[in-house]
Design a protein around this ligand. Structure first.
Ligand code: IFM
Length: 405
C-alpha cells in the first residue's frame, strides 16, 4: 500500500516566461509594462542562462524529471521567421536534462504567445490554429528523444485570461480589477468564467498540435488542465456539474485520444447553489489567497479519471505559495498521501512534478513563492530550501509515508 509504481517520475515544473527573463517579444511582456499594479518579469530568475545549474540542483536532490517549456516568442519573434539559434538553445536544454539522467517533460505553450500573434487577434484570430501549428512543427524538430510533450498548459486558465483580456479591452477600467490571473488580491473580484468559444478554439489547436508532434516524434502527447477541485454544498450538485463543465470538463474531454493528461491542482473551492463561493481572507490562506487544501489533488485526480475514462495521468503541477518551507513540506506530504490513495484505488498516475523548482514570477507578482529553491533576484544565486532535499528523499523511498518530517 502507498507505494508509487515502478518508473514513477519525481520532479518539478517551471514555465519559460516565469524563469527565463527578458522575454521581450511576448504578449505578457507588453501586458506587464502596461497594466497598473502588475510587477514586470524583468530578468526573472535568469534561467535562460542558468538552466544547467537549475537541472543540476534538481538531479542532485534525487529527482528524475523536469518539466520546462519552449517559448514561442523566442522561436518565432516575427511571423514565419524561425530562429535556429533559439531552437538550438532549447535542444541544449533537452540534451542537458538527458545527460543528467533527467526525463524532460516539455511544454510547447505556457500562457504566453508572441506579441505579433496577440496583435493579430491571438487565440480568437482565424489564423490562430494555423499559426500555432507552424510553431509546433518547427519545435518538433528538436523533440526527437523527448518522451513527454504537453501542447498547452492549463488551456482552461488560458481561456479565462483571454476572456479577461477581452473584457479589459472593452472596459479599460477593469484593468484595476485584475492585477494577476492567479493571485486573489484584495478587494477580490471573481475571475470571469472562461468563454467556451475560446475553449473550443484551444481544443482545436491542441488536436492540430498533437497530430504534428505525433507525426514527427515518438513522444507521448497531451495537455495539462487546471483543476479547481470543486466541492458542492448540500443541494448544489447540479451547479457544481455546470461549473465543472465550463472550467474543466470541456478541456478534459478535449484529452480524448491523447496519450496522457496533465493534472494541476493547488486548492479546492466550495460551490453553492448560486455559484463558486469566494474564499474569505484568513490567516492560513496561501500567498495567492487560496485555502490550504492539500486534499485538492486527490479530488482533482478522481474527477479527471472519471471524465477522461482512464487516460494515464501525469501530475504536472501541485504545490503551495508560502514563505514557510516547513509548511510546504507539510502540504506536499499530505498531498502525496492523497495521491497514493488514488493510486491504490487504481488511478493510473505516472509521475509527480512539483510546482515549482524555483521561486519565480507569478504572473504579475513576485511575492508568492512556490519554489523548492529560492533565488536572489539581484545576484541570481540559488539557495535550495529543505523541501528540495525532502522531496528527493521521498522520491528515493518511493512512498511518502516512509519519510519522516
Ligand atoms: O504559476 C502558475 C503556473 O504558471 C500555472 N499553474 C498555476 C501556477 C501557480 O499559480
Amino acid at each position: 500500500m502507498n507505494n508509487f509504481p515502478h518508473g514513477f517520475l519525481w520532479g518539478a515544473s517551471t514555465a519559460p516566461h516565469q524563469i527565463e527573463g527578458n522575454n521581450i517579444n511576448s504578449d505578457w511582456w507588453v501586458q506587464e509594462q502596461t497594466v497598473p499594479g502588475m510587477e514586470p518579469s524583468g530578468d526573472a530568475t535568469d534561467s535562460y542562462h542558468r538552466f544547467r545549474e537549475d537541472m543540476e540542483l534538481l538531479a542532485g536532490a534525487g529527482l528524475n524529471a523536469y518539466r520546462f517549456g519552449i517559448e514561442w516568442a523566442r522561436i518565432e519573434p516575427l511571423p514565419g521567421q524561425f530562429s535556429r539559434a533559439e531552437l538550438a538553445h532549447y535542444r541544449r536544454m533537452i540534451g542537458t536534462a538527458l545527460e543528467l539522467g533527467i526525463t524532460p517533460v516539455v511544454t510547447l505553450n505556457h500562457f504566453t504567445t508572441p506579441r505579433w500573434f496577440a496583435e493579430e487577434g491571438g487565440w480568437l484570430s482565424d489564423r490562430a490554429v494555423e499559426r500555432f501549428s507552424a510553431y509546433v512543427a518547427e519545435s518538433s524538430s528538436i523533440l526527437e528523444d523527448v518522451e513527454w510533450v504537453a501542447t498547452m498548459n492549463e488551456p482552461n486558465m488560458l481561456a479565462m485570461m483571454t476572456t479577461m483580456r477581452r473584457m479589459m479591452t472593452a472596459a479599460p477600467t477593469a484593468q484595476q480589477d485584475w492585477q494577476s490571473p492567479t493571485v486573489d488580491q484584495d478587494p477580490r473580484p471573481q475571475l470571469p468564467p472562461p468563454d467556451p468559444e475560446i475553449g473550443a478554439r484551444l481544443v482545436e489547436a491542441h488536436h492540430a498540435a498533437r497530430e504534428i508532434v505525433r507525426h514527427r516524434t515518438d513522444a507521448k502527447v497531451g495537455w495539462t488542465v487546471a483543476n479547481r477541485a470543486f466541492v458542492a454544498r448540500p443541494g448544489a450538485e447540479e451547479k457544481k456539474r455546470e461549473l465543472e463543465y465550463i472550467w474543466e470538463d470541456l478541456y478534459l474531454e478535449g484529452s480524448a485520444g491523447d496519450d496522457f493528461v496533465g493534472v494541476q491542482s493547488y486548492s479546492s473551492q466550495w460551490v453553492s447553489e448560486t455559484g463558486i463561493e469566494p474564499h474569505p481572507q484568513q490567516p492560513d490562506n496561501t500567498l495567492v489567497g487560496t485555502a490550504y487544501r492539500p486534499d485538492a489533488i486527490g479530488i482533482a485526480l478522481r474527477h479527471t479519471a472519471e471524465v477522461t475514462g482512464g487516460i494515464p495521468i501525469l501530475i504536472t503541477e501541485n504545490g503551495i505559495a508560502t514563505a514557510d518551507d516547513a509548511r510546504r513540506i507539510a502540504y506536499t506530504g499530505e498531498a502525496l498521501r492523497h495521491i497514493a490513495e488514488a493510486v491504490d484505488d487504481g488511478i493510473d498516475v505516472r509521475g509527480y512534478l512539483h510546482w515549482s523548482l524555483l521561486d519565480n514570477y507569478e504572473w504579475g507578482h513576485w511575492e508568492p513563492t512556490f519554489g523548492l529553491v529560492s533565488v536572489d533576484r539581484t545576484t541570481f544565486v540559488r539557495t535550495p530550501k529543505p523541501s528540495l532535499a525532502w522531496l528527493g528523499s521521498v522520491a528515493r523511498a518511493g512512498a511518502p509515508t516512509a519519510v519522516a518530517h
